[in-house]
Design a protein around this ligand. Structure first.
Ligand code: DP6
Length: 370
């Protein structure tokens, strides 16, 4: 594996397609790796849907151990972009969404070559971990590198954002803030602390592996229909300040309070949008209640929930064996996944022997613990 070279501060070539043109006869391949992330202060609602400029900023932590690997091969002999996901040809909607990001890359690199994209996750898609974040972070890095572009971290984050908003936060490492911005240029994510800054563990209580009926993209569009969204957005800068400060000072009490508040506010908006989105199941609420009790007993744990019924229980590392043990005892909790703070998206140095797309299936380990 090679680290993504530190090109911070160098001039972004994002707007200078002539700098590194890719000849249409070139065949180029690159493979990248990215972790998904869990948001502590959530992204819900867009100022610009097309570019995924969010209505407010957000803060997250990358999830080590859970990963997407994506290989992109540009080839001028291809007549269309192709996408293989976890060993299967992807559905047309997923392929077309990936092709839109590739179009941006082609425009920047000055090429018309189509690409073969092969991507695999080492975590089950149905476990309710947002795979679009790691997917589009890995895709942005692999596609731009394969096209000969050397994008700096903000430029990569912007590119990943256009594929899936939360993906911009999987580009930098550790604890990450996405500054909302108002334009494509100023809406990107950066690291606020490295992975080893705070030994938190995300214990994901999986209460359902059924595919959700309303995905995030549609949910973001519904957010403004809730009369609560304006109040949620107005208070967002305050919550971002508290969360950022709590992370920097490793203040778990302040962190827990603002993380639960922010999750509850997002779900209040979801539940009151039109049509309403109610993602919780009875076991979701059972975990929320239990976590509140455990914290009152002195365990450092809090909950946060994305657009689904599964509960992310964030806790201090020393408390995680006890938390996992207790979560497994709650009726309705099917399995518990754990993840520690993860690093930045990076390029992988693949040996030539792994040119077979199937080799992407040989990912290290499974992280499912039941
Ligand atoms: C609830 O980034 O998945 O997980 O931009 O449409 O792909 P798209 O949405 P997405 O939304 C994430 C929503 C969330 C909160 C968060 O991760 O901040």
């Amino acid at each position: 594996m090679i680290e993504l070279p530190d090109v911070r501060g160098k001039i972004s070539i994002e707007n200078h397609p002539s700098m590194l043109p890719m000849s249409d006869t070139t065949e180029r391949t690159a493979t990248a790796f990215a972790n998904p992330n869990i948001a502590f202060i959530k992204y819900w609602g867009n100022r610009d849907h097309e570019l995924r400029i969010p209505a407010s900023g957000s803060i997250s932590m990358n999830l080590a151990g859970l990963e997407t690997r994506t290989r992109v091969r540009f080839d001028s002999n291809l007549s269309a972009d192709t996408l293989t996901l976890n060993g299967q040809p992807a559905a047309e909607a997923a392929r077309a969404r990936v092709a839109r990001l590739l179009d941006r890359v082609r425009e920047m690199a000055g090429t018309r070559a189509r690409a073969e994209v092969v991507s695999a996750n080492n975590f089950p898609t149905a476990a309710g971990i947002a795979s679009s974040a790691s997917a589009y972070a890995a895709l942005a890095l692999a596609a731009s590198a394969a096209a000969g572009l050397a994008l700096d971290e903000p430029a990569l984050s912007r590119l990943a954002r256009t594929g899936s908003g939360s993906a911009c936060r999987s580009v930098p490492g550790g604890f990450v803030e996405w500054q909302a911005g108002t334009t494509h240029e100023d809406s990107y994510a950066f690291s606020i602390a490295p992975p080893d800054h705070w030994h938190l563990v995300d214990c994901v209580a999986v209460v359902s592996t059924r595919h959700k009926t309303t995905g995030s993209t549609h949910g973001h569009a519904l957010a403004p229909t809730s009369p609560l969204q304006a109040a949620r957005l107005e208070d967002a800068p305050r919550r971002l300040d508290i969360c950022r400060q709590a992370i920097l000072e490793r203040d778990f009490e302040a962190f827990a309070e603002v993380v639960e508040l922010d999750s509850n506010l997002m779900h209040a908006v979801m539940m009151t949008s039109s049509p309403r989105l109610l993602y919780w199941l009875p076991a979701t609420l059972a975990v929320m209640r239990a976590v509140e009790r455990w914290r009152a007993e002195g365990l450092s744990a809090c909950y946060t929930i994305d657009a689904g019924p599964n509960v992310h229980v964030i806790c201090l590392h020393e408390h995680h064996p006890e938390i996992v043990h207790r979560l497994k005892a709650i009726p309705g909790v099917e399995q518990v996944l754990t993840a520690t703070p993860g690093g930045a998206a990076r390029l992988l140095d693949e040996p030539a022997a792994s040119n077979n797309p199937r080799s992407l299936q040989n990912l290290p380990g499974q992280y499912l613990r039941s």
